[in-house]
Design a protein around this ligand. Structure first.
Ligand code: SAM
Length: 327
C-alpha cells in the first residue's frame, strides 16, 4: 500500500543536514537556568502554560506501567510529569548532545536546579541521535513496543523534507504497539499562515516572538503549493532562535494515516486551554504551576503578548490502528 515502513533508505542532501546541525547546536548551547533566572524570564507564564498543556496530555493518555518513548526529549523537562503518571519505562532521544547530558543529570538527580528530589522510580534509556534520520526501529528493537510516544515542540523540525517527515512518522509507527498513542505539540500552520497573510511584509511578531519567512515565499501562497520545506526563522525571547518548518495540517493528517495512525484530536492551544480548564483537576494543576489568573479569562497570568505566542501552537493525539494484545 505504501513504501513507507522504512525499507528504503531515505536520502538527505547536505543542506538538510546542515540545518539539523544548526538546530542541534542551538539547543545544545542553551544551558540550564537557575530557578531565579527562570522566574525572571519574560515568558515564564508561557513556559508554565506549555508545561500545563504537556501535563494534561500526559495525564489524559499515560497509564500506570506504560513504556514511553519521548522523541526530542530535550533536557528531560517532562521526566517529573511522566513520574507522576507512574510509567514503567522511559526512552528519551534528542539530537542535542548538551540537552541529553542535562537530561541524564536530571534523571540521576544530582544537580536539578529546579527541585531536589528523590530518584525516578522508572528505568530510563537516554540517547543522542537524529530522530528524523535514523531508523529507530533498529536502534530500539529491544525496547519496543511502546505504549505511548510523545514529541513535544519538535515534530516541525522534521518537516524540512518529505524524507525526514516520513522517517519521523515511520519511526513512531514502527515502535508503538497497536492501539498505542502518539501525543505532541507543534506550531499551528493555520495560525502562522493566517498571520503571514495579514502581515505587511514577510515577518510578524510581538515583544516575545518573531517569525520571518524567506523571500522565496513572497507570494504567500505556499500553503497549498508545498507540503514540505517551507522554512521560516523563529525567535522566542529567552527560548528559541532557529530555522523551523511549516507543517500543513492536511499533509500531517494524511501522512499520519499512511503510517497507520488515526487522528483522535488536534486543538490549538487557546482551544485546548478553554476546553480542559473546565475540569477541576486541571484547574488545580494550573494553580499549582502558578499560571492561574484571578479573572475568568483563559489567558490566566500570561501577558497579552505571551498569550498571542501561545496561539501559535497546537496539540495533537494520534492512535495507532489495531487492537492492543489482550494479555
Ligand atoms: N520536548 C522537549 C520539551 O518539551 O521540553 C524539548 C523541546 S525543544 C523546543 C525542541 C527539541 O527538539 C530540542 O531539544 C532539539 O534538540 C530537539 N530536536 C530538534 N531536531 C531534532 C531531531 N532531528 N532529532 C531529535 N531531536 C531533535
Amino acid at each position: 500500500r505504501h513504501n513507507s515502513q522504512g525499507d528504503e533508505n531515505f536520502l538527505e542532501d547536505e543542506s538538510t543536514k546542515n540545518y539539523a546541525r544548526k538546530v542541534a547546536d542551538h539547543y545544545s548551547a542553551r544551558s540550564n537556568q537557575t530557578l531565579e533566572e527562570r522566574e525572571a524570564s519574560p515568558i515564564i507564564h508561557l513556559k508554565k502554560l506549555n508545561n500545563w498543556i504537556k501535563s494534561v496530555l500526559i495525564q489524559l493518555y499515560a497509564r500506570r506501567g506504560d513504556a514511553v518513548l519521548d522523541l526530542a526529549c530535550g533536557k528531560g523537562g517532562d521526566l517529573i510529569k511522566w513520574d507522576k503518571a507512574k510509567i514503567g519505562y522511559y526512552v528519551g532521544i534528542d539530537i542535542a548532545e548538551g540537552s541529553i547530558k542535562d537530561c541524564r543529570t536530571r534523571y540521576n538527580g544530582d544537580a536539578d536546579h529546579h527541585q531536589r528530589r528523590k530518584k525516578f522510580t522508572f528505568p530510563a534509556r537516554l540517547l543522542c541521535g537524529d530522530c528524523y534520520e535514523v531508523r529507530l526501529d533498529k536502534v530500539l528493537a529491544e525496547d519496543a513496543p511502546f505504549d505511548i510516544c510523545s514529541c513535544q515542540f519538535a515534530l516541525h523540525y522534521s518537516w524540512s523534507t518529505e524524507a525526514r517527515a516520513r522517517r519521523a512518522l515511520a519511526n513512531v509507527s514502527a515502535l508503538l504497539r497497536p492501539g498505542g498513542v502518539f501525543i505532541g505539540t507543534m506550531p499551528d500552520a493555520n495560525v502562522i499562515t493566517k498571520k503571514l497573510r495579514e502581515a505587511e511584509g514577510l515577518t510578524f511578531g510581538n515583544s516575545v516572538y518573531s517569525v520571518w519567512f524567506d523571500k522565496e515565499f513572497s507570494d504567500k501562497k505556499f500553503k497549498s503549493s508545498r507540503p514540505f520545506g517551507i522554512k521560516y526563522t523563529f525567535h522566542l525571547e529567552d527560548a528559541v532562535d532557529c530555522p523551523e518548518w511549516i507543517v500543513p495540517f492536511h499533509v500531517f493528517k494524511s501522512l499520519a494515516e499512511e503510517y497507520d495512525f488515526e487522528l483522535v484530536f488536534a486543538k490549538n492551544s487557546h482551544e485546548f486551554v478553554h476546553e480542559y480548564m473546565k475540569r477541576s483537576e486541571f484547574v488545580d494543576l494550573m494553580r499549582r504551576l502558578g499560571a492561574l489568573g484571578d479573572g475568568n479569562q483563559d489567558q490566566g497570568t500570561l501577558s497579552p503578548d505571551e498569550w498571542e505566542a501561545a496561539y501559535l501552537y497546537m496539540s495533537f493525539v494520534l492512535r495507532k490502528r489495531g487492537e492492543p494484545d489482550k494479555n
